[in-house]
Design a protein. Structure first.
Length: 507
């Protein structure tokens, strides 16, 4: 049987001489999303100063993109399987660029939140399509591992390019310019992708069930909203109602998928321990890291006083470590084991996050840089191998839906992490002891406190800023400690869930 399959695999590989050029186009889409996600954190102090959002609005600006994209990824991945992954990728990239302009010129917090939500709709088309196309472009398992590594490395490189380019733009232009850097990347992606990307789809997909789409969207958004509200305001009636609605919708979604002959998402995939374990590891890893990602830029700028461009450069070691680790992760997993690489990577991130519980305004950069480098290496190893496991677990016709599950884990983890860990930071921050005369707005965010200090007398302003920065840093300590606990627990879980899991070898 194996020998009969070998020529077919080799022939399919030989039929795609332009697969590496096509991969270059796919990673541009990844770069587009990664850059957008990172520049938001860097621009947050400027958005706070200009749009004057409340603390709750600021969190919504940070996580509404993830809310929407988490609710739509499975539906959009399945849609790509049906209408064509190339078509949905290029269409989504065009819309993504157009909505970026709306983000850049937002004039109120509400408009900014709406623009981020619309960007989530467009973003939901991009990531599943890129991974699904990789699954269909690369039939040789070792080549596919390398392609997935390059895909992940580009996402990590985007997290470095975003802060550096964004920092430069913030020092020379207004904050909206950081969103406009999406436009040239989108233009190159579309113009080159039209010529180089092959079209692929599921030859027998069944109908795109709109009831399932609505159930998925309502379920995901309601559950994440409930967690956010409960973390911020306690178990209110609104949070309880959202949780019940979301749970009922997701239950209905699962029941409907199991009953359909051609479901939007084949729920039987989760019976495979490797697939389910990889998805769970991704979700919990992003949840544990998201507080660091969202608040570190604010710490570097507003606590340590770094300029935006300098803050962007300061975050570079994480991206360098992730790029290097992503390129060798597949080889390491085959030489040792999947669970050793994934668990080891997660444990490394957990230890680095634990180290960040001791940082302060006076912490030198070598300590910060070393911790970020370890975070990058650990995340690069884990994310690359879990993505490869997920892609290898499904037939290529279902690659879009499976890739969407992987991306949903990322986005859902990010939304939950910002909601939970972000609420820890903001909850601690709001209670800082302020001198008499401090504007109430200063308690909404550290950016608002820095702005409020400009209108206060020198001595009370300095006293207020010291208290605000200390409180923010303490909140960051608690969030980093909680993230470290999540990562270390996930490392242990991955060791058992990924037992006997292997990456495919070349035929």
């Amino acid at each position: 049987m194996t020998s009969a399959l070998q020529p077919a695999v080799a022939t399919e590989t030989e039929k795609r001489p332009g697969r590496w050029l096509a991969l270059c186009v796919l990673v541009l889409a990844v770069l587009l999303v990664a850059v957008d996600a990172t520049v938001l954190g860097l621009a947050t102090p400027y958005i706070s100063e200009d749009l004057r959002p409340t603390g709750t609005q600021l969190l919504w600006i940070g996580d509404v993109y993830s809310f929407v994209i988490a609710g739509l990824l499975v539906s959009m991945g399945s849609l790509g399987d049906r209408i064509g992954r190339k078509r949905i990728l290029l269409g989504g990239a065009t819309v993504f660029g157009a909505i970026s302009v709306l983000n850049a010129y937002a004039t109120t917090p509400g408009m900014m939140i709406a623009a981020r939500a619309l960007l989530g709709v467009a973003g939901a088309t991009l990531m599943p399509a890129t991974l699904a196309l990789i699954r269909n472009l690369f039939h040789d398992p070792r080549e596919r591992s390398l392609a997935v590594g390059i895909w992940g490395a580009t996402a990590s490189a985007g997290t470095a390019v975003g802060p550096i380019a964004g920092g430069f733009l913030l020092e020379h232009f207004w904050w909206g310019s950081v969103f406009l850097i999406n436009l040239p990347v989108m233009a190159v992606l579309v113009l080159v992708g039209v010529r180089t990307l092959p079209e692929s789809r599921n030859p027998d997909p069944g109908p795109w069930d709109l009831v399932s789409v609505v159930l998925s969207l309502v379920g995901m958004v309601s559950v994440v909203y409930a967690v956010k509200e409960a973390a911020t305001h306690g178990l209110t009636g609104a949070a309880a109602a959202a949780a019940l609605l979301g749970t009922a919708a997701l239950y209905g979604f699962v029941r409907r998928q199991l009953a359909m002959p051609k479901p939007l998402l084949d729920m039987r995939l989760f019976r495979r321990r490797g697939f389910g374990g990889a998805v769970l590891a991704d979700l919990l890893t992003v949840l544990g890291m998201s507080g660091l990602v969202f608040f570190l830029s604010q710490f570097l700028q507003l606590v340590q006083g770094r300029r935006p461009f300098e803050a962007g450069l300061a975050e570079l070691p994480a991206a360098v470590g992730a790029v290097a680790a992503g390129l060798v992760a597949g080889r390491a997993a085959r030489r040792h084991s999947v669970r050793a690489v994934v668990s080891g990577g997660l444990a490394a991130v957990g230890v680095a996050l634990a180290a960040l519980t001791m940082i302060s305004q006076s912490t030198g950069y070598p300590v910060l840089g070393a911790a970020l480098l370890v975070v990058g290496i650990g995340a690069g190893l884990s994310f690359t191998v879990t993505a490869d496991v997920i892609l290898s677990s499904v037939p290529k016709d279902q690659a879009g839906a499976a890739s969407a599950v992987s991306e949903t884990a990322y986005e859902l983890g990010a939304a939950l992490g910002i909601a939970l860990l972000g609420s820890i930071v903001m909850g601690v921050y709001r209670d800082f002891a302020a001198p008499t005369g401090t504007p109430a707005a200063a308690h909404e965010s550290l950016g608002a406190a820095v702005e409020a200090a400009k209108t206060m007398p020198a001595h009370p302003a300095a006293e207020m800023l010291t208290a605000a920065r200390d409180s923010f840093t303490h909140g960051l300590h608690l969030a980093s400690g909680a993230g470290a606990a999540v990562l270390l627990a996930t490392a242990v879980a991955a060791w058992f869930l990924l037992r006997n899991q292997r990456l495919e070898s070349a035929p």
